[in-house]
Design a protein. Structure first.
Length: 287
């Protein structure tokens, strides 16, 4: 196999990941494919032997391309391209696109459209794909700390907590308290009562290895997973929002970030990677 074919094969192993990144950045299937194609063109003009981490390099390139495309929209004062509504499935490619769109969620894409290009990139790469801020900072041309603030600001907007009124937080706390209590006593119906029907659960690789799924969708599946669990969890603030901190052995082991919308828990993220936990601002709340 010649070098170009070998390079193309290596690129193909990363294509699905790159499309997922680009779709979340752009909210458009067509534009996502264009961004991935541009990444291939740039790779084909590069000495690949000098690239230590091809997946990371390609992710950075796609991010830069998407950032330019988002900025181009702003400069042309175009209306944002709305989230793609999948067409009827007629072939395997269309089926993959439908699954991709479903995994993101139209509501999330709508919220992402309200972010600035730099905020969107920082949030998508870090919160959705666990790309370190040190790798994101050069793409948005900011310091690591400024990039962390971009993601934090975007996260608060996505979670509907910017700004959060004094009335919102007590109501949200009641929801989280009810979720925690129902989980600990194994109350399936109680969990269903506080979960959005389309709630999404995601766990990072470390959390998934501790037992359980890496991703779930739907109130029933999430309720079944949390039923009888969270015995070591305590109510906490996570980057200013409400969440859970799981402590055992005297150490913070898992952080559970909760997204609340319309008085229901709409998204749950379990974070157990020590490096990611170290980047979070976690504080236990008094009972």
């Amino acid at each position: 196999m010649d070098e170009q074919n070998l390079l193309a094969e290596r690129f193909e192993t990363n294509r699905a990941h790159l499309r997922a990144v680009a779709y979340r950045m752009l909210g458009s299937r067509v534009e996502a494919d264009d961004a991935v194609q541009e990444a291939w063109l740039r790779l084909s003009r590069t000495d690949a032997e000098q690239i230590d981490n091809l997946g990371g390099w390609l992710t950075t390139v796609v991010a830069r391309v998407c950032l330019d495309m988002l900025r181009g929209r702003k400069l042309r004062r175009e209306e944002p391209i709305g989230p793609h509504v999948p067409e009827p499935v007629t072939n395997p490619e269309a089926e993959r696109d439908a699954l991709l769109a479903d995994s993101v969620g139209a509501a999330l894409l709508v919220v992402l459209e309200t972010l600035s290009p730099a905020e969107r990139l920082a949030f998508v790469l870090h919160d959705m794909f666990a790309v370190p801020f040190e790798q994101i900072a050069p793409v948005v041309d900011r310091s690591v700390e400024a990039t962390r603030q971009l993601a934090s600001r975007a996260r608060r907007r996505v979670q509907g907590r910017e700004p959060a009124s004094d009335m919102d937080l007590p109501r949200q706390r009641k929801i989280v308290d009810a979720f925690l209590a129902a989980s600990q006593r194994g109350d399936f119906e109680g969990l269903l009562a506080v979960l959005d029907p389309s709630v999404m659960f995601r766990a990072d690789e470390v959390a998934a290895r501790m037992g359980g799924a890496s991703e779930l969708r739907g109130a029933a599946a999430v309720a079944e997973t949390f039923k009888g669990r969270a015995q070591a969890a305590k109510l906490a603030t996570v980057d200013g929002g409400l969440g859970l901190a799981v402590i055992f052995g005297g150490r913070l082991r898992i952080v559970v970030r909760l997204t609340i919308a319309d008085d229901k828990i709409a998204a749950i993220e379990a974070i157990a990677d020590p490096a990611r936990i170290a980047e979070l601002d976690v504080a236990l709340l008094n009972d």
